[in-house]
Write a new protein. Structure first.
Length: 393
């Protein structure tokens, strides 16, 4: 009997806040908010489920978070520590599948097709994976199981936190109906408003329309996405081709935003995640790539190649920020932004400058911090000050 396609989507629950609660048991059960300090400019990078009960969410201005939850535990971002835990998790995931695709620092998609003899049926394999991650990295996680990556992503959100949910073959549309149109992954606020304006308020109503009708009403990209999504078909959220020579991270905002400060701060966080992955892989690159998605789901990417290898997270951030500022139409809110390296090669393969630049000096400090954290992951965290700086206004 040939195994049917099986995909897992692994999502580390409230990751930054969970790591803080894991490292300091006194924070467990309390509303933990990671990001800027109250009274300063900045946003929430992540928050615990206890904080979410107060209406706090990521990318929210810290002033609003403090208004809603003045008794919360407010902590700075410790990106080096989060990268350390994420790396442990990703290594554990690679023990379960040869095809592990990190989506961000706290998410990954696994092709588990053909692994039944090794790990048992999908649910049993997922339980083993969860147990191994808890034992090896201490991080709580949710797992979604489905016939494609798109469904697996939504299944991982269905029973959070510490969830496990399987979308069975033959019950796909039933699962989509249970999620509902408003929570369909990839459906932005503006798209939902447009659907409601033409009286399409349920998955069932959208499913009754032809692809041509949806494209006529909603535009080509959004119409095609909706036609596939309401049927549980992967609308192309993840490429089928693994990008073995690129490293990137992206984030989807809880609400579409045109706030430059919020976008810049997210790019700063993402740049450090990407740079530490480059250090971890021992790679080098001269090409910076950005990705951005508007509220109508239209997605664009562009890149620029420098005449030298990128030396530091700050150089990556500032290069990507300038590229996005040049390409993005600020009248249109963004729902997603991402940054990364393309054309990654082995370190030392690029031409070296005779005299070190300021970025190279900063990069040496970042690499020293990375190596220190790697050698002693359980020791006191070393925080690079530039990660805590506020984005430009």
């Amino acid at each position: 009997m040939t195994d049917t396609p099986v995909f897992f989507h692994v999502d580390l629950d409230a990751f930054f806040a969970s790591v803080e609660q894991m490292d300091n048991p006194g924070y467990r059960g309390k509303p933990v908010i990671v990001g800027a300090s109250p009274g300063k400019r900045g946003v929430v990078s992540a928050c615990s489920y206890e904080a979410r009960r107060f209406g706090v969410h990521s990318a929210m201005p810290i002033s609003e978070a403090f208004r809603r939850c003045p008794g919360g535990v407010y902590l700075p971002v410790r990106m080096e520590r989060y990268v350390e835990v994420s790396r442990k998790v990703m290594k554990i995931l690679s023990q379960f599948s040869p095809d592990v695709r990190p989506i961000s620092i706290d998410e990954a998609s696994l092709d588990m097709s053909g692994t039944r003899r090794l790990f048992g049926p999908p649910r049993e394999a997922a339980e083993k994976l969860k147990d191994r991650v808890r034992a090896g990295a201490g991080a709580p996680l949710s797992v979604g199981i489905a016939p494609n990556r798109f469904l697996a992503k939504m299944a991982s959100d269905f029973k959070k936190p510490d969830g496990l949910y399987e979308v069975e073959e033959g019950r796909v549309e039933e699962f989509i109906d249970a999620i509902g149109l408003a929570k369909l992954w990839g459906l932005g606020k503006k798209t939902m408003e447009r659907l409601l304006s033409i009286h399409l308020d349920t998955v069932e109503k959208v499913r009754q329309l032809s692809e041509e009708s949806l494209r006529s009403f909603m535009g080509e990209a959004t119409g095609t996405y909706l036609y596939n999504a309401v049927r549980g078909r992967d609308p192309g959220m993840y490429s089928d081709t693994a990008k073995s020579h690129s490293i990137s991270h992206e984030t989807t905002f809880p609400e579409d935003t045109a706030d430059w400060d919020i976008i810049a701060l997210c790019l700063l966080d993402l740049s450090h995640q990407v740079m530490f992955r480059l250090f971890d892989e021992g790679g080098a690159s001269r090409t910076v790539a950005i990705k951005y998605r508007y509220s109508d789901f239209s997605t664009f990417s562009c890149q620029t190649t420098l005449n030298h290898c990128i030396s530091s997270a700050e150089e990556l951030y500032e290069t990507g920020l300038a590229l996005l500022k040049e390409k993005w139409n600020p009248r249109l809110p963004l729902r997603l932004v991402g940054i990364g390296f393309d054309k990654v090669q082995a370190e030392g393969g690029g031409q070296q400058e005779l005299f070190p630049t300021e970025y190279e000096r900063r990069g040496r400090v970042e690499k020293a911090v990375f190596n220190l954290s790697r050698k002693d992951p359980d020791g006191a965290p070393v925080i690079k000050a530039s990660l805590l700086k506020r984005p430009p206004s």
